[in-house]
Design a protein around this ligand. Structure first.
Ligand SMILES: [Zn+2]
Length: 291
């Protein structure tokens, strides 16, 4: 069973507006908050402004594992763009829905999408949904872009304080940019939270996340093309402060005409969904088999 203790700090108010206010207030006082010495356990506030939870789809049996699938970007944040005007936010939603459909057709696990329309969600709200639903796995889906036309293929990222290399760092910086509200970057706050949350249980979560990432690469072989170094680590805000296994999949490079064609092709998306769904089911079957 889960019996998970919700670990959070006073800073962990999951509201962009409140955070922006708190950061500005702290800056106005010119008094940096002291570094926390201990892990603090505080129940997250049940703020009235907390966003509503999405519908859980799949078997009615609540003991079935729950996967939260996060379609990156949305609303006023289009994400990356392709050479022919393709928008990452539309591609991520189509991929998330294809993955959901595949998992529901198999009928083994329960599924919830962080968004099922063209709608903006802050990064903290996305992970907050997974935490509040007590998900067993969180998968965030993106499509990368870069200046280099040669960059192709998918990469599966798991959380690290430091990227595995400069490329991983650059991808994390691009994706984290989505979380700037009125010019106030939420990364400041997430770093503080993550400093508090680094403990043994989170290290264990990172190990599990890596095992899941390796399964995605294994199951995806043949169905999708991977980057030369497909399982990497980087400091993604959307994966921070989660106390459950999680990964961020860059399904391909929207900046590459070849990848963009695949990403825009429903048949390719079905293949992607089948591969990732298979990795999810194997991962969950293994972890839930442990008493
Ligand atoms: Zn993205």
């Amino acid at each position: 069973m889960k019996g998970r203790v919700l670990i959070a700090a006073a800073l962990a108010v999951p509201l962009a507006a409140a955070l922006a206010g708190a950061i500005l207030y702290a800056r106005a006082l010119a008094a940096p908050a002291p570094a926390p010495a201990n892990v603090v356990r505080i129940v997250l506030p049940t703020a009235a402004a907390q966003i509503g939870l999405p519908r859980i789809e799949g078997p009615a049996d609540a003991s079935r594992p729950l996967v939260v699938i996060d379609a990156g970007h949305g609303g006023h944040d289009p994400g990356a763009s392709g050479q022919h005007g393709e928008k990452e936010k539309a591609i991520t939603l189509a991929l998330a829905q294809a993955l959901r459909d595949d998992l529901l057709a198999e009928g083994r696990v329960r599924v919830a999408l962080t968004r099922s329309a063209d709608r903006f969600l802050a990064l903290e709200e996305r992970s907050g949904i997974a935490r509040r639903l007590r998900a067993d796995l969180f998968v965030s889906i993106h499509a990368d872009a870069t200046e280099s036309p040669d960059a192709v293929g998918a990469t599966v990222y798991t959380l690290s304080d430091r990227g595995s290399d400069a490329l991983a760092d650059a991808v994390a910086r691009r994706e984290n940019r989505a979380d700037s509200v009125n010019g106030v970057a939420l990364e400041d706050k997430s770093d503080a939270v993550s400093a508090i949350l680094v403990n043994l249980s989170q290290r264990e979560m990172r190990e599990r996340s890596k095992r899941f990432a390796q399964l995605v690469v294994r199951e995806g072989e043949g169905a999708m093309r991977f980057h030369t170094d497909p399982a990497r680590e980087a400091a993604f805000v959307v994966l921070k402060s989660l106390d459950l296994p999680s990964a961020l999949i860059e399904a391909g490079y929207i900046s590459s005409p070849e990848d963009a064609r695949s990403l825009g092709n429903p048949a390719w998306r079905k293949g992607f969904a089948a591969a990732v769904a298979s990795a999810i089911e194997i991962y969950l079957a293994r972890t839930s088999a442990v008493p």
